[in-house]
Write a protein that binds this ligand. Sequence first.
Ligand code: PEP
Ligand code: MG
Length: 324
Amino acid sequence: AQERYASIRDKDCVTRCGKRITLTMNAGLMADLPSLASSGAEGVGLFRTELQFLVRNQMPSRTELAQLYSRVLDAAQGKRVVFRTLDIGSDKVLPYMKPQEEPNPALGWRAIRVGLDKPGVLRMQLQALLRAAKGRPLSIMFPFVAQYDEFRAARDEMDKAIARETRLGHVLPERIEVGTMLETPSLAYASRRFFAEVEFLSIGGNDLKQFFFAADRENERVRRRYDTLNVSFLTFIQGIVDRCAETGTDLSFCGEDAGRPIEALCLAAIGLRSLSMRPASIGPVKSLLMNTDLDALRAVIENARDRGEQSVRPAVMDFLHNRT
Ligand code: PEP
Ligand code: MG
């Protein structure tokens, strides 16, 4: 399938109306890295570090982790890799950690909540990342931040780790950027200060949608019940785009919807300029984006919304079928 898109693989993704969209891939294991070249992804927009923890049967050491992350950066050959710190709990349980009995794991003690309450592993991971990236750029992203103080506390851990490395006389990364996922509706309404301080945000559409519609992403009965192109949800995402524009905060989208061509088009039409997806989706999404006038599509979306449609999907499908 990737051969079908070989002719556009090394081209920039520029839409018919001249907008440049950055397309990156999601990854989590060394085995994913060769896809960077074969898919034409511009970087790794989401590196799920928990996968490397999940495939082993004991906690990795700091040295092992640093080697692992260094190899990831080597394989990326200078392309940006956004390392997301451990996102465990909920559906992802480490075999060597005591399982938590929780009535609602998705709403429970997970991700950065664990990282801040029991900071040992987070600290080790931050140190390993700093060491792996010495002399090279480093991008770190915290998962499941729901309010400003969680970002602040995580950022403080990062600053402490940097200070420690400096004290020890270790070479630091060439530059360090720290961002967070936006996966709970609460964060979309965080203070302006949050948006100004965070260096970049990535919408975790899988979790964000689950919490927006109160529909469990793991539950077959409800997981496809609500359309991502539902006007309420798109309006909500649009609000996040607008807030980021006000503060000049870099914004991307890294949920599964970024890899679905129609959804990706609509996300770009409402203002997303960076999408991270599974490697196999890059070709089809890029091809469609390059053939689309996003301004025209945006008008179609706004029109459907103004007419009171529940989802813009029928109008978008009409637009795509009827265009010349
Ligand atoms: C998301 O929630 O959209 C996301 C990218 O993170 P994960 O799927 O790993 O929860
Ligand atoms: Mg998530």
